[in-house]
Design a protein around this ligand. Structure first.
Ligand code: FES
Length: 236
């Protein structure tokens, strides 16, 4: 490992299947570990260019290992990687949060489960609202303290969470609005809005633009975690 300006070198030390994605562990110095919701721009050194086109997110794992996904298919354990420091805004759990809801909406729960550990360390109760039923191979990855519930149950107890964390694709925001009634939700929340980020803010290409209550924002620099009310407001 080594550092050069804002480039950090590390290795992919193992890979594993994570639902339909490949996850991997990196031997990156801990001070460069992305927080849940932030992303790590990187690429294989062997691939040559300087674009750092791969964006890795923190995923479920033990606190002492940096697990990230999605690892590109052609990467292998032992590959030397070059990365930039973590970028964007991640999830921030309010100090007062005691009942935390996680909604991986039509996506893998891997990223939000990396945040579950943060909530549990704050002694918060955590519920994972997930449709359809979680596949068996995921159940081992969910901490035993986390309750798994269908998303519809949130509509029956909208006052339960005092903080909601959502993970979804940009295109899925209107569908989420169809599934939950934001008029009934009175809690704070944040949403990891995932979309293509080809220049990760360097060239201001605009590809990652997200329509928010405050106007257009770039997921690569203003997000990818946004206040939930700012993105759901627009869809509503
Ligand atoms: S990725 Fe180009 S502006 Fe965000």
């Amino acid at each position: 490992m080594g550092e050069c300006l804002d480039k950090i070198f590390s290795h992919l030390i193992e890979i594993f299947q994570l639902g339909s994605e490949i996850g991997g562990a990196l031997d990156l110095p801990e001070k460069y570990w992305p927080q849940p919701g932030q992303y790590l721009p990187c690429q294989r050194v062997a691939d040559g260019s300087d674009g750092l086109p791969t964006h890795l997110f923190r995923v479920v794992g033990t606190p002492d290992v940096l697990n990230l996904a999605p690892i590109p298919q052609k990467w292998s354990p032992g590959d030397r990687l070059v990365c930039a420091p973590p970028q964007g805004h991640g999830f921030i759990l309010p100090r007062s949060a005691q009942r935390v809801g996680l909604i991986p909406f039509n996506v893998s729960p891997a990223r939000l489960l990396s945040f579950a550990g943060t909530a549990l360390s704050h002694r918060a109760a955590v519920s994972l609202f997930y449709d359809p039923p979680l596949p068996a191979d995921w159940l081992d990855r969910v901490p035993s303290q986390v309750e798994i519930l269908p998303l519809a149950s949130l509509g029956e107890t909208p006052d339960w969470p005092d903080y909601l964390a959502v993970d979804l694709e940009l295109s899925a925001i209107p569908e989420l609005m169809d599934r939950i009634n934001n008029q009934d939700l009175h809690c704070e929340g944040q949403a990891l809005v995932r979309t293509d980020m080809p220049c990760r803010g360097l060239g201001e290409c605009g590809v990652c633009a997200v329509h928010t209550r405050r106007g257009w924002r770039y997921a690569c620099v203003d997000g990818p975690v946004f206040p939930l009310a700012e993105v759901l407001y627009v869809a509503g």
